[in-house]
Design a protein around this ligand. Structure first.
Ligand SMILES: NC(=O)c1ccc[n+]([C@@H]2O[C@H](COP(=O)([O-])OP(=O)(O)OC[C@H]3O[C@@H](n4cnc5c(N)ncnc54)[C@H](O)[C@@H]3O)[C@@H](O)[C@H]2O)c1
Length: 461
């Protein structure tokens, strides 16, 4: 019976995932460690390092009871029966496979610190998203220990989506557990199943081989991102032909074989996972000698880049081919709503391009302003303002650009904003989530994605 769980890596996955395990399994002690002591301090404070709806309540319910955030990695390793490894696996920036392969240095360092401090047998669970067959490498590193300790390695990828992480963890579509076909691995899988079985119906817990489990996570993200790039690619055609992408997506999604989800056209996907995981898949396909498959998946990222570039070109074209010295109010910097996470956010690309055009930008986001500051640290500071007040951001602006579909943006007083702006007042909806007709009626020149622009100029011509 698992009594002590440890999670190495207190990030967007490790922190919330372990909080939910502790909340659902009062009979298990859950400790989360990290080499980043300020992150651990934040998990132990009132200002958690990650914003997720519902997270604060879950952490406050269990922290100090059976949920602990700590920097004492050696002691936590010694105590644990089962260790989740949830460290970051970013895209490599150097050497072989740079720009595509996963950087596994944090994973290997974790394995080495487990060997150094462990003094009893343990189950090691890959929670991070990893290239297929990483478990084999991990097993080789771990089995090199000279203490006679035996480690069982399982794969248990995380499918939570930021912004809905707590609900996803409490009510998962499925929990995937991969292991080798040996009696010891099967016993370890049963231990992990017994943890999830505290709250997840047994039929939702899927078991597969190690390699299928590792690969399924990469493929799930690739398929999700592919749907976004597919609909975005068609949005470009809609803009040239007068079709409406929302109508097309709705009609297509009504086919039960296709389904309606993840067919919303927009500025493109962001987040720490989609791009990284597809690039990793591309690298693996090339590595295993199937370049045709690699090129196929590579296009998903290419279309995503195209969509952001095309969006800024639309802005420029609409605003008389110059935005130099014009103020642009940027609404939303997080890569999606209900998160403070800005990793790979389309806003980074768009803002950088706007600054390259010598625009002044005023950024407003309800949760992500601190991350935005860090992301734009290298940009010319005298041309960027960070505004906690949305009306201050819009005051005197030539254009509003919406890059995150925060619900609260729909409730803004657009009449007041229109009055405070320079005219003609442009509005670019990168998420297609605002009421374009009423904005147009207020006087804005409205530019959605994948639909005809609603410009007052044409009527006067
Ligand atoms: N963010 C998501 O939505 C999401 C969803 C599913 C899967 N994943 C995967 O989960 C993994 C973690 O993602 P994340 O978003 O939580 O990353 P993150 O960067 O937020 O957190 C990773 C943490 O690991 C810590 N760490 C690195 N090396 C360490 C070591 N040797 N010892 C202790 N701590 C160490 C880092 O300091 C960091 O705090 C990645 O592989 C990612 O692809 C992420």
């Amino acid at each position: 019976m698992v009594k002590n769980i440890l999670c190495i890596g207190a990030g967007y996955v490790g922190g919330p995932t372990m909080a939910v395990i502790a909340d659902q399994c009062h009979d298990i002690n859950v400790t989360v460690v990290d080499i980043n002591s300020s992150r651990i301090a934040a998990w132990n404070s009132d200002e958690l390092p990650v914003f997720e709806p519902g997270l604060h309540d879950v952490v406050m319910r269990r922290r100090g009871k059976n949920l602990f955030y700590s920097t004492d990695i050696p002691a936590a390793i010694k105590r644990a029966d089962l260790i989740f490894v949830s460290v970051n696996t970013p895209t490599k920036t150097f050497g072989e496979g740079a720009g595509r392969a996963a950087d596994l240095q944090y994973l290997e360092k974790t394995a080495r610190s487990i060997i150094e401090h462990a003094d009893s047998d343990k189950i090691i669970v890959e929670k991070s998203t990893l290239p297929i067959r990483t478990a084999q490498a991990l097993a080789r590193v771990l089995s090199s220990n000279e203490k006679g300790i035996r480690f069982q390695i399982l794969s248990n990828p995380e499918f939570l989506a930021e912004g809905t992480a707590i609900d996803d963890l409490e009510h998962p579509d499925r929990v995937l557990i991969g292991g080798l076909d040996t009696p010891e691995a099967r016993a370890a899988m049963e231990e992990l199943i017994s943890v999830y079985a505290h709250w997840v119906p047994r039929e939702k817990i899927i078991t597969t081989s190690l390699w299928s489990s590792e690969l399924s996570k990469l493929v799930a993200n690739a398929f999700l991102a592919q749907r976004i790039s597919s609909v975005n690619s068609i949005s470009a055609l809609c803009e040239r032909t007068g079709a409406n992408i929302d109508e097309v997506a709705y009609a297509v999604g009504r086919d039960s074989r296709i389904g309606p989800k993840f067919l919303k056209a927009g500025i493109g996907f962001g987040g720490s996972c989609f791009k990284k995981d597809i690039l990793n898949l591309v690298y693996l396909c090339d590595y295993y000698g199937i370049p045709e498959v690699a090129r196929y998946w590579e296009q998903v990222v290419a279309i995503n880049d195209f969509q952001a570039a095309r969006f800024v070109r639309t802005m420029l074209g609409a605003m008389f081919n110059t935005i130099a010295d014009k103020k642009i109010a940027v609404f939303g910097f997080a890569f999606k709503s209900d998160t403070s996470d800005t990793r790979e956010a389309p806003a980074i690309t768009v803002c950088t391009r706007l600054l390259n055009e010598q625009a002044h930008i005023a950024i407003h986001d309800p949760k992500a302003l601190e991350n935005a500051k860090a992301d734009l640290a290298g940009a010319p500071a005298d041309r960027i303002a960070y505004c906690t007040d949305p009306y201050e951001a819009a005051d005197g602006a030539h254009a509003l650009v919406f890059l995150t579909d925060w619900k609260c943006f729909r409730e803004l007083d657009f009449k007041r904003i229109y009055k405070s702006m320079r005219h003609p007042a442009f509005l670019f909806d990168g998420r297609n989530f605002l009421d374009h007709e009423s904005l147009y009626a207020l006087g804005y020149h409205v530019y959605p994605i994948g639909r005809p622009a609603m410009s007052h100029f044409e009527q006067k011509d």
